[in-house]
Design a protein around this ligand. Structure first.
Ligand code: MLT
Length: 308
């Protein structure tokens, strides 16, 4: 019997897949301290996590039974990959399931930011009728820069094209032919892209190369009043540099779903009136959570039962 530990909130659809399988037993334990996760891992052949559980080198060390970690979602930045590799633990993710939901959230954030939806709704709840204060900006005809043209970046591009925006993109891997087919003006140097944007959204993983890729120097090169959107990972846009640029009037506003530390420990950015923020909701739809949970359950059971 293989035991699968689940320490984060997984959609019941994924649990159903596992419960119906012979040879797999499920151990659901949420709200564990790191020390409790370490202990629970001693009895697990595999673990499914979302973003709350952090698999540090300390937790992954000396776990002879643990063979596989599956991240129900895209980002694996909460798993220490060098430590997993060192310990011979396979790491997998479910890259496709939440593409549409995250792209939709990005577009929702961009539209809400442009039309001041959140402050206008808050002012109505407070009994006001303030029309002048919340005059917005139209998206049609504006240029959206997309940093990272993977699944989510391309899905955002398609939706924004439907809103009649011009798309310029930065990506080192997408071929020039494919970009042309998709109607995207492709740039290989991010410094050529940033001055062109009225809006800029990032869709890369967080790595040493992408941490702070949008920083003070690049914000300064952008059009005055540019709006920045980050529904990918906290830290891709440098938070202090962004706050400075908003306060200086160089950046007109920002829509942020992700933060360097979650929840944010420094609330300077989220308290700025030009900032619209949500608590990492990009993939939080019933559909996305069901898809990633089922895919995670199939991946982990397939892996364990195949390697019996
Ligand atoms: C992901 O990496 O899949 C998303 O950010 C969603 C999440 O962390 O739950």
């Amino acid at each position: 019997m293989f035991r699968v530990l689940i320490t984060d909130n997984l959609s019941p659809a994924g649990m159903e897949v596992l419960k119906n399988l012979q040879g797999i037993e499920v151990d659901v334990r949420q709200g564990l301290s790191p020390e409790e996760v370490r202990e629970a891992l001693k009895e697990a052949d595999g673990i499914i996590i979302r973003s709350a559980t952090k698999l540090t080198p300390e937790l992954l060390k000396d776990q002879p039974r643990l063979k596989v970690v599956v991240r129900a979602g895209v980002g694996v930045d909460n798993i220490n990959l060098p430590a997993a590799t060192r310990e011979g633990i396979v790491v997998m993710n479910t890259p496709a399931g939440n593409t549409t939901s995250t792209a939709e959230h990005t577009v929702a954030m961009m539209m809400s930011l442009s039309r001041n939806i959140a402050p206008a709704a808050a002012s109505m709840s407070a009994g006001r009728w303030d029309r002048k204060l919340y005059t917005g900006t139209q998206l049609a005809g504006k240029t959206l820069g997309i940093v990272g043209l993977g699944r989510i970046g391309l899905s955002v591009a398609k939706r924004a094209q439907g809103l009649e925006m011009k798309i310029v993109g930065f990506d080192p891997f997408l071929s020039a032919e494919r970009a042309a087919e998709l109607g995207i003006e492709l740039h290989r140097d991010i410094d050529d892209l940033v001055p062109l944007c009225d809006y800029l959204t990032v869709h890369t993983p967080l790595t040493d190369e992408t941490r702070g890729i949008i920083n003070a120097a690049r914000l300064a090169k952008m059009r005055k009043g540019v709006r920045i959107i980050n529904c990918a990972r906290g830290g891709i846009v440098d938070e202090n540099d962004l706050a400075d640029a908003i306060e200086a009037g160089q950046v007109g506003g920002a829509a942020l779903d992700v933060f360097t530390s979650e929840p944010p420990t420094d609330d300077r950015l989220v308290k700025l009136p030009q900032v619209l923020s949500t608590p990492h909701l990009g993939a939080s739809t019933e559909e996305a959570q069901e898809l990633v949970a089922v895919e995670a359950a199939e991946l982990i059971s397939g892996f364990l039962l195949r390697n019996e």
